[in-house]
Structure formats: C-alpha cells, structure tokens
Design a protein around this ligand. Structure first.
Ligand code: GCU
Length: 611
C-alpha cells in the first residue's frame, strides 16, 4: 500500500475511533504469564489485502458498512453482494510472521486481515483485557464489529480492555496488520533486516480482579547492593489498599499503603544473593494487594560505571557479548518462543558470552526471561536506526512510546543492564535533540540502568598513523559508548587493524557494538578470498588483536550470532537475501570464526580475577 494511502488510512481511521468512543490502548499489564490467561494462539483465518479494500472504498474513503472486513459479514441472501469471506480465505499461524508461512508472502508489504472467533465466560466482577506481545507494524483491532483502537510499532506489547464488549459466546476478533514501511516511522524505510509482518508474538486474554496489580518495579537502588527501592501501581476503583512485597527466601515482608492514585513507593534493606552470569540467582517475589496478587521471579544486582569501567555488583566486568537479531534459530522467520530463546542463548553461552546485544528493536519477552535464568546480561534497543525523520514530532512520540513500552515490560529483568536509543544515526542538531530526549526518557523511566547508543567514530590519518577517534555530540549524555566499525569488511583490509589506534575524548566505557564480515558456511579458500570462512576467521583474528589494545574497551558484541534475512543482500549464491556475517549459518552450522571468538572469550574468562 502506498505511503499516502497508508497515512490516509491512519488519518481517516483516527476520527472513526473518536466517533465510536472506541477503546484506546490500555496501560500495560505486567507479567502476563502469571495472570489468569487464555491463549488465542493457533490458526487464524486471514485475508491478504494489498489495496486495503477491507477498510476503504474505491474513493479511498473509510468503509462504514458490512463491506468492511472487520464486520465479518455473511450475505443474507443469494443476491447480496459481499466480496470477502474469512472462512474460505486460508489461514495463518499466530504467533508468526506471514512472510515465511507462504512463498507468495515472502516479500509482501501491505495489509493482512486476521480473524478468529472465541467464547468467553468472564467471572462477574472481573475485568478482561486483550494482550498482544507485538504486531509488525501497524495494528487496527476490532471486536464484534467495533474498532478497539490502533497500535503503531512492531516490537512492543499492547493491551485493550474488553470487559464491557466481550460476549459469553460468538465473539469475533479481527486485526488489520499493515507492515508497509514509512519515512516517518520507527524504523524508517531503510533497514538491514527483513520486514517480517504479522501478529508475530502471542495473543492472550487476561482476566483480572476489578482492582488489580497493574505494574511494579522491584530492583536494587542505583549503586546499592543491599537496598531495594521500587513502586507498585494498582488499577481499578479500590485504589487505596494495604500492599505487601514478600521475598520469602530472603525473609522479607514489607507492607505499604497505596495512595489515591493506586501507587505506593517503597525502599527497604535486603540481604540478598546477588544475580550474576556466574550465579544467576532469582528470587520468588510476591506483590500482594487486598484484591489481587502477582508472583514474579526477580534477580537483584547493581550495574554502574566508574570512569571508563563498568561495575557489576561493585566489581569490574568485561562484557563478552554477541549481537542477535530476532530470527528463529532453526526455522525461517521471527523468533518468539521459549524454545527459540533457549537455543539462541545456548549458542551465545557456547561462545562463553556473559552478554548479548538484542538488536535492533525490543525482542520478545522470552529472550529477557531466559537471559535472567541463563545469566546473560542484555543490551536492549529501540529501532531508532539510520535515517530517522528527526524533525517529526510524531516520529519522536512513536520512538518514546516504543522506548517506554520496552522499559515497562522489562524493568524487572536483572539481566537487562543497558538501554540503547539509537544505531548508526547521522549526526545533526535535530538528531542530537531527538536522541537527548530519548536518553532523558530512559534515565527518568528507569534510573537504575545504563543508557547507550551505537555510534560511528571518525578515522584520522596522519602520516602513516591511523587513529580512530571517538567523538559524538551526544556522548556526554550517555553512560556507556557503543561504536560500530567494519575494518576489514567495508573499509580497509583485515590486516590494517594492526595499524589502528583508538582514542576517546570521554572518560566513559566503550562497547564495540559491531564489527565483523560475511562468510558463506562451507566456502573455503585462502584468507584473501572474500566471502570465505577463512576471510572471516582472519578478520576476527586481526580485530581481536586490535580490540585488546583499546584501554577503555569494556565490552564487545560482534556482528552477529546467526546469518539473517535482509532485502539488501541480493548477491546470488553467496547472499541470496541473507546477511552472512553470522558466526553460525542459518542452518545452525558453526563457521571457523565462531571458534576464534570462543577462544578469545575463554581466555578472558580464565584471566578474570577469581570472584
Ligand atoms: C550496520 C548495521 C547493521 C547491519 C550491519 C551490516 O552496522 O548496524 O544493522 O546489518 O552494519 O552491514 O551487516
């Protein structure tokens, strides 16, 4: 669908929302898995609709009658004209991208309508919400022929309350998902990853008491290893309650009063075994109100920077990382499940990583919970990637919404240590203002974690010395500096890394957030032959030798764990629409460079001072 038509759809459908008093996106409910839930995953009926005829008439005006697909209308006589029928239009599996479910949809960008029916017997006084793990990119949600609302952003969860709209029998839920790219969107039109569209994460009905525990934050206070500071938020009518935080294994039980807005803030001393990659200790934490309670596994650790050092629980740590895209490890398409997360993170663990960069957007919640359990620290990021429309207020709001939703969903995950607000963004005044706003948002939403961005340093050649100097107008606003470089692939030869010195004008830690080169698994020749495993192996050897010489380097996340699909990578036989910088092929085969990195990390690990 053209960008104009899409904007028209967006613009036209918004008044529709107001007109019908449609629901708006509800506040995010924390820890869905711990609630009373009913899964709506499975086979949904689906209609592929490249011209949005399910929403717009031939004058591109919104359809307000039974011709609109969300009405799921059936002809009442043999003469009635209706040109759609979910029941005979085929199915798509939810969760899952549509691109890898049908050959005809591999490159598809446009609208697909999904529909499923369900019955639901809600307990009389309870409330009912629809929860979506994520839909890429724009979702319009309809229940029983009425629009609930829209959500923009392909990688963050959203909820709608349907307490007063759900029936005991015969509900029909319809979503229009549009994954068209747009200049003003986040990300914008140009990315180096596949534009997987669809209901890409689980869909769940969540039943809660009239007044329920909506969200909470239970972590160690910034810079402390024995003081818990947090808050909890109730939602409903009976907002002033006694609320208790219990950590039975630590012998803790603290009771507070929530205020008239349903919020309580708390701080108390706690003698805890701290979470770390070596000992990923999680505690059962009970958040108990008078009308609702939630139990959550939470780890406690402190993360901070001191000069150019990063301290985990007060001790210097080197982040032995790897970058990961959210692609399933052993099948095509988006990852979303516990099994996907377990396999991807076990590959990272196999490298002897203690750190992962979940690029370039918020990954599914299973990845964060599995990182908590497996002891892998996490760099999470929003898709503020490359040439974002820095001057657009709606683009900034969109980026802020995605950042806040990512923080709201994951702020109790001890593994999560860094929020990144940008990747390789061209420097300008407008970009600096935009990113400073996001950095400020992250610090105020969660003062306990570090904020970074993947920057691009500048090369300076003087006589025969090559210096790469880290300088960026937003560097002073960041806690940790990320930097992407491709010495040996996009610039220079791998051997040139031996001549390069790195300098920085900031007393801040550096994480080399990307480096690497492509190799087609099984393609072997000498180290000068591009695309071979030997070229990639040689590149890693020279890169690692260079990185070892950077005194303010405190981590690295080479690009990338696994080959991944990209529309930019068209070279037949070598790329075939895959970016081949993975250390593991898209079939799970380990390339020679995998073992170069593994050897380096094992040396680092054995050189670490004993705990
Ligand atoms: C960039 C970018 C990645 C991209 C990589 C590459 O640094 O951040 O998203 O995939 O380079 O060119 O392979």
């Amino acid at each position: 669908m053209s960008n104009t038509l899409r904007c028209l759809t967006l613009a036209l459908s918004l008044p529709l929302l107001a007109a019908r008093g449609a629901a708006q996106v509800a506040p995010l409910i924390a820890n869905i898995a711990a609630r009373q839930t009913t899964s709506l995953d499975g086979e949904w009926q689906a209609i592929v609709d490249p011209y949005d005829v399910g929403a717009l008439d031939y004058r591109a005006q919104p359809l307000k009658n039974n011709h609109a697909f969300y009405m799921n209308y059936k002809p009442q006589s043999e003469s009635e004209l209706i040109e759609y029928d979910f029941d005979t239009s085929g199915q798509l599996h939810v969760p899952g991208d549509w691109n890898t479910q049908r050959e005809s949809l591999l490159f598809y960008e446009g609208s697909v309508w999904y529909k499923r029916s369900f019955d639901y017997a809600k307990s009389p006084k309870n409330r009912l919400f629809l929860h979506f793990g994520a839909c890429n990119y724009l979702a319009a949600v309809y229940l029983n022929g009425e629009e609930l609302g829209e959500h923009e952003g392909g990688f963050t969860p959203f909820d709608f309350e349907i307490t007063d709209r759900v029936r005991a029998h015969g509900n029909f839920l319809v979503l229009r998902i549009n994954n068209s790219r747009g200049r003003d969107q986040v990300p914008t039109v140009n990315t180096d990853w596949w534009n997987y569209g669809g209901i890409t994460r689980p869909v769940t009905l969540v039943e809660v008491p009239e007044t329920f525990v909506q969200d909470y934050f239970v972590q160690l206070e910034k810079g402390s290893t024995h003081q818990i500071r947090g808050w909890l938020q109730l939602n409903g009518k009976q907002l002033q309650q006694n609320a208790t935080i219990r950590i039975p294994e630590a012998g803790l039980s603290k009771t507070f009063q929530t205020d008239s807005g349903g919020r309580a803030e708390f701080s108390f001393n706690a003698d805890l075994t701290l979470w770390s990659p070596e000992n990923p200790k999680l505690y059962s934490v009970e958040i108990v109100g008078e009308t609702d309670q939630v139990i959550e596994w939470i780890g406690f650790r402190s993360i901070e920077v001191r000069g150019t050092d990063i301290l985990l629980n007060g001790k210097s740590v080197f982040l032995r990382g790897i970058s990961i895209h959210e692609e399933a490890p052993m099948r095509p398409g988006r990852a979303w499940s516990d099994d996907d997360a377990r396999t991807l993170l076990s590959w990272a663990r196999g490298l002897d990583c203690n750190f992962i960069r979940l690029a370039h957007y918020p990954h599914n919640e299973s990845m964060l919970r599995m990182a908590d359990q497996m002891g892998l620290m996490v760099w999470a990021e929003v898709p503020v990637y490359w040439t974002i429309q820095w001057e657009s207020p709606q683009t900034l709001r969109n980026a802020e919404n995605q950042l806040n939703a990512m923080i709201a969903r994951d702020h109790n995950r001890s593994a999560l240590i860094i929020y990144s607000v940008a990747n390789e963004t061209p420097v300008s005044d407008a970009r600096n203002r935009f990113l400073r706003q996001l950095i400020q948002d992250a610090h105020s939403a969660d003062p306990t974690r570090l904020v970074s961005a993947a920057l691009q340093a500048n090369e300076v050649v003087e006589r025969n010395r090559i210096t790469i100097h880290i300088h960026d107008p937003i560097a002073n606003d960041l806690d940790v500096l990320g930097n992407n470089e491709y010495i040996g692939w996009y610039v220079r030869r791998p051997e040139d890394a031996d001549l390069i010195e790195w300098t920085s004008e900031y007393s801040k830690p550096l994480i080399m957030s990307e480096f690497g080169g492509d190799a087609r698994f099984g393609y072997h020749a000498d180290a000068r032959t591009r695309w071979t495993e030997e070229y990639q192996e040689n590149l890693y050897e020279h890169q690692i030798a260079m990185l070892k010489r950077i005194p303010f380097l405190r981590g690295m996340t080479p690009w990338i764990l696994k080959d991944f699909r990209s529309p930019r990578r068209t070279l037949p036989r070598l790329e075939d629409y895959f970016n081949r910088k993975g250390l593991v092929s898209d079939q799970g085969e380990k390339k020679k460079a995998y073992f170069v990195l593994q050897k380096f990390y094992r040396e680092l690990q054995s050189a670490q001072p004993s705990k």
